[in-house]
Design a protein around this ligand. Sequence first.
Ligand code: PEP
Ligand code: MG
Length: 877
Amino acid sequence: MAQKYVYLFSEGNADMRELLGGKGANLAEMTNIGLPVPQGFTITTEACTKYYEDGRTINDDIMAEIMQYVDKMEEINGKKFGDLNNPLLVSVRSGARASMPGMMDTILNLGLNDDVVAAMIQGNPDPNFERFVYDCYRRFIQMFSDVVMEVGKKYFEELIDKMKAEKGITFDVELTAADLKELAEQFKAEYKKQIGADFPSDPKVQLYEAIRAVFRSWDNPRANVYRRDNDIPYSWGTAVNVMPMVFGNLNNNSGTGVAFTRDPATGENKLMGEFLVNAQGEDVVAGVRTPMKITEMEEKFPEAYADFVSVCEKLEKHYRDMQDMEFTVENGKLYMLQCRSGKRTAQAALKIACDLVDEGMRTEQEAVLMIDPRNLDTLLHPQFDAKSLKAATPLGKGLGASPGAACGKIVFTADDAESWNAKGEKVVLVRLETSPEDITGMKAAQGILTVRGGMTSHAAVVARGMGTCCVSGCGDIKMDEANKKFELAGETFVEGDYISIDGSTGNIYKGIIPTVDAEIAGEFGRIMEWADKYRTLKVRTNADTPRDAKKARELGAEGIGLCRTEHMFFEAERIAAFREMICADTVEEREAALDKILPYQQGDFEKLYEALEGCPVTIRFLDPPLHEFVPTEEADIKALADAQGKSVEDIKALIASLHEFNPMMGHRGCRLTVTYPEIAKMQTKAVIRAAIATKKAHADWNIVPEIMIPLVGEVKELKFVKDVVVATADAEIAAAGIDLKYEVGTMIEIPRAALTADDIAKEAEFFCFGTNDLTQMTFGFSRDDAGKFLGAYYDQKIYESDPFAKLDQTGVGKLMEMAVTLGKKVRPEMHCGICGEHGGDPVSVEFCHKIGLNYVSCSPFRVPIARLAAAQAAIKG
Ligand code: PEP
Ligand code: MG
């Protein structure tokens, strides 16, 4: 049988998301459970993939199949495209497997042309109806031109503005039927001017072009950015939904709305949403008019409201999750246009998951799977300091659209947000309203404040998705975007002024309000408890200071997976001694310098052991090339020369001699110990002495120091370093007359180490994957410079994500899996972990679980994210 590319809503179901996209699958499911959905069809994601395979064309077979479904749709609805008695008008909407709000294109009112318009008006003498038809028509021409033919909105907006100026009116609603008719003519003329052809009057041609445009929009820049940020593969493609129009803008007995079955900001179990009388869906989402609360709908549309409430109950029970719905009321009758699992803030996600467990709708495991680990980030970020907040008086209030606290300098454009952020400034983006083009600027901002728009406006939806604080719809702001200033409560704010906004309460404050860290409690604590119950992968932290180690402990770290000891060398006295070590001419001089550092280092390690309360601590020996430690300022060079009794020229010559063309592949890691064993000796003494001291202070803690040798590529070099470590450690332990076990392991961060992991395991008692270097050396990309060209790789779809942030499972992952297998064959009891940046990335954590690592190690604030991701991996497995 030939492949099927088109499905009626009545042919699909919720499980067909991959094929029908989220929207299509849910329209099918709503149809199946008997909800009022205008009956149309879905063109599959595979048709989209085929469109790209065929060089961005819809082939004749697929087009013929679509036309068959147009016939079926016409029959089901008793209306026909282009028919003068009973014309069919449709919407054409994108719908990918994962929801990507506002990122792709939509066309409404398709099927209108001069004849249909004239016939519709003739059939209904109500003058308001005539106005309605012309309003639809001019909207359609505008949308089709903009979205399908890429003419650009501005030409049409200019025409509207010109007409309003001529008529001396302010609002679109003041335009009469005659005005709108005239506008439609002007729009068609504009279309012809821009495109060089008449506006297509055949609805089937319109449909073909619209479907093509939706497929094409899968590849638009904002969709590409959104996908990269949300781990959505390019290969998925989007489905297209073609659905008969219902008209919320028909009259005052009609309207359109967006609602959530629970509050998407707080998770509270109450219906939440917005409704606009006499409007089409785009008006709500665009945030141009501020809508009424959904509950107010009850007064004006009692029947439709009652129906809607019962639909909400049905949908929640059916999906066992909070739903986000779009609906329209046409002449008092309710139609469902969309439902999906609603995007929600991290706070709301936790509350909803816990509530669903308490309501008996979900198991603990399911609740754990419902939370996107990346969203926890927002909860771990600072909130306003309660005391300062209490003392502050808000200047104004908008809607608390995405929680969290933001404080920064005001900017007025998305571009400025990006460029100021690149300069290291914290900014708050203040806009009349945001649009999808603003996405990168929104990402760069600490917070977003908009004058217009409700809880479901673009700004609100996107900010919640990104976990960025957002206050929307503050109508009290008198905005002057052109001159980059605004007024609020009699105060004038200009670019660069400080502002603080609270995305939970919607409050807006002048100036700076200090922020404080958040803590894991309440529902957050409950979910983390469940996560810990189901995960098998341990979570450690990368921490070099007692402060970070303590924070990580609070956030649930079960050990330190990586302490980068070089970070401990930069304080004033230590760096001086370390520089002496570098400049020393003899082993004795070097040892003398290192002896000065030893007590500091031992003290650091003791504090780390204390902070970790007996949990394992892996100390990695000195790693970076020595030139990173030498002075660059003239005064510092002079000071070093004086301390060494050398001339400035001598020191400069020495510094020059440390220069390397490829320092990341140079004299660093274990290579330093091969040339200067004294460094490893000093670090071993510090580790063992600290462990002994801690053991004495805490007899009940099982202190087993883990010494980790970096940048090993050959077992003999590891053996050389290990011999130095073991001789030193054993001597220390013997001198102390104490029983202390310790382990010497290695990082696996050079491809050769992974390839020869069985040999390496003969010496290494544990492996820890340094996937930063392993990625660098596997790809041959500098980890410091890859950003300069990765953008081009994304544009060309060669890579979809940054391999330094998201583990390359295909290449680097293969090396890891191989190393674990080879290593455990030789030493079955050995533990394996990861301490590169990938250890805190949820998708990478899942991979680490699959290949049998014992732990992941990540920065303190990512510990809860890794705990949750590890639990999800275990539950899915
Ligand atoms: C690594 O290479 O992944 C690693 C953790 O070490 P560093 O980042 O210090 O080179
Ligand atoms: Mg490394």
